[in-house]
Design a protein around this ligand. Structure first.
Ligand code: AHR
Length: 359
């Protein structure tokens, strides 16, 4: 290599200095960019949703509402686990969410009891738990952050009061009312509240409550139970179904037996009462008097859960319990409104126009 001397050496050193400064500048620019990126991340909110199953149309709408709300476009990642009606599956799902370090756990519990241990684990992991739909019966309320859902006891009271008012208006004596109750999953808030409403009504008004059997909230089981009931208790003239899918199963069984469905019970018809009122299909059942009464149960909890999460994200404390508004549907205007616990509730008579509101 040739040696540099004099002026050439000076030029070489200046060039090296300039290159060094450019290098430093470039480095500075990159780290500034990195800084901006680090400072403005879009924080994804990860939600683990333990859905209890897919037993009914109500449940399908409920899951859909959660999926439509918590989209990646809005910055959420929703992980849905289907418990297939088994509490053990739901407990496993919650433990998985804890391992995955999700930001929130949303639990739609199959039954009320048996959650203390796993909810304590979520609490110890610092993950807020939002309960939706049915409630949990825990020894310590701080095991969950908040709950949103229906007042199932009120739904049951509305149904009982409607039956009482209906009988009065039609001049049917209370003793002439022979009821079979097709119950939901035993131990679920929806079953507990709806059964309580009917039992209170029967005790108060003197109805003949012939049988109470679980149809597990499914159409197939509702049909099976109704088939057996028709054989065992032929005097049944009112079937109180604790959800619409079981009511559809009961209708199938009654029709197949050759008995008539409708609200003219003094003329031998069997009147079907139900809960949910979520789909256009069910509105058709009410329109044709295959279901004469339906206490609405609102499944659209996605936006409500989102509001709760946004409050928590903002460091605020949401109400512990939030009850949703629900409607009442009937085939005709025999009972235009109901009084329950000092409150008045209008009854919507289903017409072909009502159908347009439903999918
Ligand atoms: O908990 C809500 C109840 O569960 C709905 O009435 C029923 O359809 C569902 O399965």
């Amino acid at each position: 290599m040739r040696k540099l001397t004099g002026k050439k050496w000076l030029v070489f050193m200046l060039l090296c200095g300039a290159l060094f400064l450019i290098g430093c500048g470039a480095k500075e620019a990159v780290s500034e960019k990195e800084f901006v990126e680090e400072k403005e991340p879009t924080k994804e909110i990860v939600i683990g949703f333990s859905q209890l199953g897919a037993e009914s149309d109500w449940r399908t709408s409920n899951t859909q509402s959660m999926k439509e709300t918590f989209t990646s476009k809005k910055g959420y990642r929703l992980i849905v686990e289907d418990g297939q009606q088994q509490q053990s599956n739901q407990i496993m799902a919650i433990r998985k969410f804890i391992q995955q370090e999700v930001d929130y756990i949303v639990l739609a519990p199959v039954t009320e009891t048996g959650w203390d241990t796993v909810l304590q684990e979520a609490k110890d992991a610092g993950i807020p738990v939002i309960i939706v739909d049915r409630q949990v019966d825990v020894s310590d309320d701080s095991l969950f952050t908040c709950w949103v859902g229906s007042d199932f006891a009120l739904e049951g009271k509305k149904a009982a009061e409607w039956l009482h008012q209906f009988a009065l208006a039609k001049d049917i004596s209370e003793q002439e009312i022979h009821i079979a109750n097709i119950q939901g999953t035993m131990g679920a808030s929806a079953q507990i509240g709806r059964t309580a409403g009917l039992e209170e009504g029967a005790a108060k008004y003197g109805w003949d409550l012939l049988a109470e059997i679980s149809g597990e909230y499914t159409q197939a089981k509702g049909k099976e139970v109704m088939e057996a009931l028709l054989k065992e208790e032929p005097q049944i003239n009112v079937v109180y179904c604790e959800n619409d899918n079981m009511a559809m199963g009961a209708v199938e069984a009654i029709e197949a037996s050759g008995k008539e469905i409708g609200s003219d019970i003094s003329k031998g018809q069997i009147m079907v009462m139900s809960f949910d009122g979520v789909t256009k299909n069910i509105m058709r059942y009410i329109l044709s008097n295959k279901i004469s009464f339906d206490a609405g149960c609102n499944p659209h909890h996605g936006p409500r859960v989102e509001t709760l999460i946004q409050l928590l994200e903002a460091g605020k404390k949401p109400d512990k319990f939030s009850y949703v508004e629900e409607r009442i549907y009937s085939h005709d205007a025999t009972v235009p409104s109901l009084e329950v616990d000092g409150n008045s509730y209008p009854v919507t008579v289903v017409t072909s126009k009502t159908l347009e509101e439903f999918q």
